[in-house]
Structure formats: structure tokens, C-alpha cells
Design a binder for this molecule. Sequence first.
Ligand code: HSE
Length: 299
Amino acid sequence: MITVKVPATSANMGPGFDCIGIALGLYNTVSVEEIESGIKIDIPDETGRFLPKDGRNLVYRSMVEVFKAAGRKPKGVHIIQKNNIPVTRGLGSSSASIVGGIIAANALCGANMSQNDIVSMAARIEGHPDNTTPAIVGGMAIAVTNNCNTYYQKIPVDKSHLKFAVFIPNFILRTKKARSVLPSSIPHSDGVFNASRAALLTASVMAQNYGNLKVALEDRLHQHYRKGFIKGVDKIFKKAEESGALGSYISGAGPTIVSIVKTEDENKFLASMSQFLPQRLVDWSLIMLEVDNMGARLI
Ligand code: HSE
């Protein structure tokens, strides 16, 4: 069997709506083999209760795209998905399926796709490149799709100084629903607001100038419109700042929230938040993750 390990991703990083994401150290694995006929899909964990196990399965659909590109059709496919990334929470679980499926099928059928081909195909299947790209290349990735090709740049992130506090609620938010409330146009000033912060965020992460993150993580393109779906978001933003976070943002389409914390402040931050959450926001749990600078890999 061929097995691919794929990291979770936090897209829409600050002002980077639909274009900046980061890979985090929480993983799904996708194992595949060709069989004589049919589709056999095993998902042993609890996500197996609601993820499709037929031709609609995202790992399978992504594999089929690769076989098609290689001019082949699989006889039959056996897939085993082991999922640790929470589903429909804004942490890139569908991207992990797409990326796992493409990379596994690429190895299985000898399609010989380059990383660029994989990045572009994954973005096309997902519909936007900000989860799939960091899942493939690791680190923080800036990704822009133009005429079916995705242009991207990976920025390795300083692992020793930054931690990612990931607040996950017990409710879901579907991307389609979260996109439905976004306006079709925005004021020019909001465009300037986000473009300036996206540039500042990128340059500051590269230069390890973390004092800029409070402003560099601000957004006016999606968070405000989506907050109505995420009960508790303002309280978490406020408490995270009081507890020493460098900045916070809604991860992907939500409802997960990510706060970036200096490693040296992690204990103080955790002590404060782990008192606050059970008292004030029982629907939320908190895990601390590191960046994954490697991206998806065959294991
Ligand atoms: N950029 C996407 C969105 C991420 O906000 O809709 C969700 O997958």
C-alpha cells in the first residue's frame, strides 16, 4: 500500500483571504492500493460515519483526476483514511483528502506529476488554493490561481519561536454557507486595508518581526461577515490578546480560531485560557500546534 501523511492547514491567515495558509502539525493519513475491481473505502474513526464511501469520496475523486491525467483508469481502488483533523471546522480536512488522494495516485500510477502540477490540480478540485497549497508544500504558503495554474511561494516558519493556539468549537460551519454571506463588492479602503496587511504579514514572518502580527493579522474581507456564525469569537479574540497572543484570526471559513503565541509565552497563555474556556465558553476546546514545514509526504 502507498501511504501519504498530510498536515492540517489554517487558511485565510489574517488578511490572506483565499490566498495565504499555513500547515500545522496535526495529520491525516491516506493509504491506497489498486485492487481488481470496485471501490473499497475504510475510515475506521468516527468520521467514517458521515464521510462518503463510494464514488463521491474526495480521496477517490482526486485519485481519479490523476489517473485521468495519466491516461489511465484504475481497475479498482482500496482506500484507508485515518483522520485526526476535525471535519468542517476550518482546518483543511477536505484539502487533506484531496492532497492525500492526488499524491497517493501519482505514486500509484506513475503519473510523474511535478509539485507545481499537484498544487494546481489540488487547488482546482478544492476551488481555492489557500488550504491545499500549504498542505502540499508545508510552512506558510502564498498561493494565487491564474488561468488554471496556481503560482505559489512557500515561507518556512520559525518553529522554535512560534506556537499556534487552535480553538475548536463543538459546532461545524460549512464553507458554502460561510461563503454565502460574503459581499460581491467591498469599499476601496477595505481592499487597501487587506492588501497592506497581507504584505506586512508576509514580510514580517520572513523577517521574524513578530511585533507586527497584531496589525498584520487583521482582516476586512471575510471575518466580519462570518462572525454571526461563530458564537464566542469576539470573546476569544479579546481573551487571547489579554493572555499574551501576538494576534488572532478565523481559520479558513471558520469556525476554528487561531491565535499565534510566542513559545516563551505559551505557559502563561495556556494557564489563562484553560481557566477561561471551561468557565465562559464550554463549547470550545484548545490545542497547541506547531507549524509543519515539510508538507504532505509519502511514508
Ligand atoms: N478561503 C476559503 C474560504 C477557505 O474562506 O472560503 C475555506 O476552505
